[in-house]
Ligand binder design. Structure first.
Ligand code: GDD
Ligand code: MN
Length: 378
């Protein structure tokens, strides 16, 4: 056996003195002032009781969060950073952090001290020693609370919690919680079906679980943020709707095709409105009015798809113009296919509405497939 493989074998056989028992994964975006306070709290809490590692997954924050964590990690073997460049998102950050971690029990929490780290040992014990698949820190369990969250945030959270009941197979009082501990086994079982869209990684994990996970809930009081500001905005709220849609329909159609078709159906209303105004208000000839309506609807569809359906690949500036032009070309060919197929089926003595639907379906699939490949190419 050559020199290198022999030493490797010996290393692997040597007993690991103290295995890591908890991998804490913390997603960060512009949290530089919270890093040290969080590390100090976790260190005081866990040192001497649970062997831990703390992995920050930072989306290349402009405030220097990654650099700050890296500087601490050079002196502290518990700390690591995964710096992601060119992609954003709380859920996808948590997934990548978990895949970069090593313990069989994984904790997820926020960086901003809003999650009460003091209940971490209880959450860890439930999974590591009591055999639960998941332990969830809940603001809605008896003894829990929303802290100083204003009425608007509380209503959004309660509304989102109610919507989650449509996709979850298991009753959880706080599925919106970003603070939980999970066994690696339970996480790996959900992994193949995760959508990793938006903020709600726990809803994603629960809705992707192949079987009903056992869950322990631990109440906690959601605290006020110490530094920085919340990243939850209307885009995150939209992504939550997309996540739920993906969980409900994603196994039948790609979620983007569902969104693209939804936008297209609103585009039909835009088309008819533009046609009606051109004909009845401006007295135009039909062919001119219909052309204006087609152009208006295509422009509407392009802009809304760029803002919603392809927000992770949103086109800006000059690329937006190129994208609009390419979308026109794609859709004009799609329109020709639509008319051609519809006419062929109508002439084959099928009913007019069936011919219309068939043409529209061909046009929609063509527009979606080709615009995904050319207009919003990855
Ligand atoms: N890597 C990465 N990328 N991290 C992010 C991103 C992102 O795009 N957006 C937010 N984060 C990090 C923040 O830096 C913070 O550590 C954590 O995710 C939560 O973000 P906040 O902006 O503080 O969210 P919140 O306080 O409004 O809501 C949080 O708590 C609720 C109750 O647990 C979130 O965790 C919600 O999902 C949760 O419902
Ligand atoms: Mn927060």
């Amino acid at each position: 056996m050559d020199e290198i493989s022999q030493s490797t074998t010996i290393e692997l056989q040597s007993p690991i003195v103290c295995p890591i028992e908890l991998s804490l994964v913390v997603p960060t975006f512009n949290e530089v002032d919270n890093i040290l306070p969080l590390i100090e709290k976790v260190e005081c809490l866990l040192d001497g009781t649970i062997n831990w590692e703390l992995i920050f997954v930072d989306d290349n924050s402009p405030d220097g969060t990654s650099e700050t964590v890296r500087a601490i990690a050079q002196r502290n073997r518990h700390i690591r950073v995964v710096q992601r460049v060119g992609r954003r998102g709380l859920s996808s950050a948590v997934v990548e952090g978990i895949l970069a971690s090593s313990a069989s029990v994984i904790g997820v929490m926020d960086a901003d001290m809003q999650h009460d780290e003091n209940i971490l040992p209880l959450l860890w014990k439930a999974v590591a020693q009591d055999g639960f698949d998941l332990a969830v820190a809940s603001r809605y369990a008896d003894g829990g609370g929303m802290g100083e969250w204003n009425q608007r945030r509380q209503s959004i959270s309660r509304g989102a919690t109610w919507l989650a009941t449509f996709v979850l197979k298991v009753p959880v009082s706080d599925p919106m919680s970003g603070f939980f501990v999970i066994s690696r086994q339970a996480f790996m079982a959900s992994l193949p079906k995760l959508s990793t869209i938006g903020f709600k990684i726990l809803v994603d994990i629960l809705a992707s679980a192949p079987r009903r996970p056992s869950i322990k809930e631990v109440p906690y009081e959601f605290r006020a943020r110490k530094f920085g500001s919340s990243k939850l905005d209307s885009a995150v709220e939209w992504e939550y709707i997309v996540l739920l849609t993906d969980k409900l329909l994603g196994r039948f159609f790609p979620i983007r095709f569902i969104l693209f078709s939804f936008v297209g159906s609103i585009g039909v209303i835009v088309h008819l409105s533009a046609l009606g105004v051109s004909l009845n208000l401006f007295g135009m000839r039909f062919i001119v009015a219909q052309s204006i309506a087609v152009l208006t609807a295509m422009t509407f569809n392009f802009l809304v798809n760029n803002f919603l359906t392809y927000r992770d690949r949103r086109l800006r500036g000059v690329k937006l113009l190129y994208g609009l032009f390419s979308f026109y070309v794609v859709c004009l060919i799609g329109a020709a296919a639509n008319v051609g197929v519809g006419a062929y089926i109508y002439n084959a003595q099928w009913t007019w509405w069936l011919a219309g639907i068939a043409g529209a379906a061909v046009g929609a699939v063509w527009n979606y497939a080709v615009s995904a490949a050319f207009t919003w190419k990855k």
